[in-house]
Design a protein around this ligand. Structure first.
Ligand code: FIX
Ligand code: ZN
Length: 423
């Protein structure tokens, strides 16, 4: 058979990314049917905590962070706009560039003096149409939410019931049910789970009932928890024990992955609220301990510290039940995405999920994926060129298959490579 005609690798990679529907495995987005949880439009976009933090570095004279936070959202958005877009200095940070990309892709002028044109467009469009517009223009086909039954806004929405937009999949988030035990006891009891302060057999059984009930009610596709950099496993900490006796057995028995997002130091500057969290390096030995102890659970792992990325790849090489995912939060910048993606490809081939958006405002899908793919595509191009130079008769279909596997959501549910069950 004659060798396939040579084709341009960079054009094939661009075409592939244009055609591939993206499945976004970690967001904080909600469908319009979930009412006020669904954030979209200019005022939400401009008050994203990344942008507020940048604004707080240059608030107007006489305005404190606390006063800024106390203002109604549209007024905060105006201040952000003036400070970061209509003031001195070009909007060069990743979060600023993101707003420029969003506005351009909606046909708006990002150099406008005010947000009025953007506000008019948003208020003239009905919410369902706006959701459709963003999905269509971003190339995203499905997103995973971050779902918390103990959240005082979200819990009642689930209990009342609603018809789910099938583009939104559920992921059961566990921070509020496990962190700082026994702090969650009162809230769990209020929902009817008769847990106690101690980790007695009854408490564990009730916690497992909570997990089972909510996985079923939400059709949660995975469990997720964020953890601080000093999280140790095994250890005497309540969270380590609760993972061991409730969460990991549930993930195993339900056959769903457990996602661990490690390295966040919450509330480093509490004044900044959502924007006040910091970062720390984890000891990846603890991930090795978990993966070895629970061979029949698939772990999706993202680590916040750049210094942890190489060790995470090495751990994933040792443990096929560990899948690294995304460039989380402070890593979600083009320069770091390129470095981390190249490292992962070199150590893991296509066995990881390169990115998630972490979008909190629907409009952000328009920039987070566009910017990530612009960073990732050249890394793929270099790798496919190297593959071809090494003598591999590359086809465009090879590229399409790899991109589909890595960006199409499938790797979330790869069968567990380890056979035996937990002793
Ligand atoms: O814990 C998380 O899921 C984090 O992604 C968020 O809490 C964080 O505030 C964020 O928005 C990061 O992008
Ligand atoms: Zn998140």
């Amino acid at each position: 058979m004659p060798p396939p005609a040579a084709f341009s690798v960079s054009e094939a990679v661009s075409r592939t990314f244009e055609d591939q529907p993206i499945v976004d495995i970690h967001t904080h987005l909600y469908p319009a049917q979930m009412g006020p949880l669904c954030l979209m439009g200019p005022d939400e976009l401009l008050t994203y905590h990344y942008l507020k933090v940048e604004t707080c570095r240059q608030l107007p004279p006489g305005t404190s962070v606390a006063q800024f936070n106390a203002l109604p959202k549209p007024r905060q958005a105006d201040i952000v706009w003036r400070a970061l877009f209509a003031g001195n200095g070009s909007p060069l940070s990743e979060a600023q560039l993101g707003v420029v990309t969003v506005m351009s892709s909606l046909g708006l002028n990002p150099r406008a003096d005010t947000l009025s044109e953007f506000r008019a467009l948003f208020s003239e469009t009905n919410p369902e149409d706006y959701v459709d517009l963003i999905f269509r223009n971003s190339g995203v086909s499905r997103v995973y939410m971050t779902n918390d039954p103990l959240d005082e806004q979200e819990g009642p929405v689930w209990r009342a019931g609603f018809e789910r937009d099938p583009r939104f999949e559920a992921a059961l988030r566990l921070d509020s049910a496990l962190a700082g035990w026994p702090a969650p006891v009162a809230n769990l009891r209020e929902l009817g789970y008769t847990v106690g302060n101690d980790l007695s057999t009854r408490t564990i059984a009730q916690l497992r009932r909570y997990l089972d009930d909510w996985i079923a009610r939400m059709n949660a596709r995975y469990l997720a928890i964020s953890l601080p950099p000093d999280f140790a496993y095994p250890s005497e900490s309540a969270v380590s024990k609760l993972l061991d006796v409730a969460v990991f057995p549930t993930a195993r028995d339900r056959g769903i992955p457990a996602a661990m997002m490690v390295g966040v130091r919450r509330g480093v500057n509490p004044l900044l609220r959502d924007g006040g969290d910091g970062i720390g390096k984890w000891d990846v030995t603890f991930l090795e301990n978990i993966a070895r102890e629970w061979p029949d659970v698939n772990f999706l792992v993202t680590l916040l510290s750049r210094e942890n990325q190489h060790e995470l790849c090495v751990a994933a090489r040792k443990f096929p039940n560990v899948t690294p995912f995304g460039c989380w939060w402070f890593l979600n910048n083009p320069s770091i995405i390129q470095e981390v993606t190249a490292e992962r490809l070199e150590l893991l081939g296509s066995g990881f999920v390169p990115q998630h958006s972490d979008a909190r405002v629907l409009d952000q899908l328009l920039y987070k994926w566009n910017h990530s793919i612009n960073a990732i595509a050249p890394v793929f191009v270099r790798k496919y060129k190297a593959l071809r130079n090494a003598g591999w008769t590359l086809t465009e279909q090879d590229i399409r298959n790899d991109v589909a596997r890595m960006f199409g959501g499938g790797s979330l549910f790869t069968p567990n490579p380890n056979g035996d069950s937990h002793p």
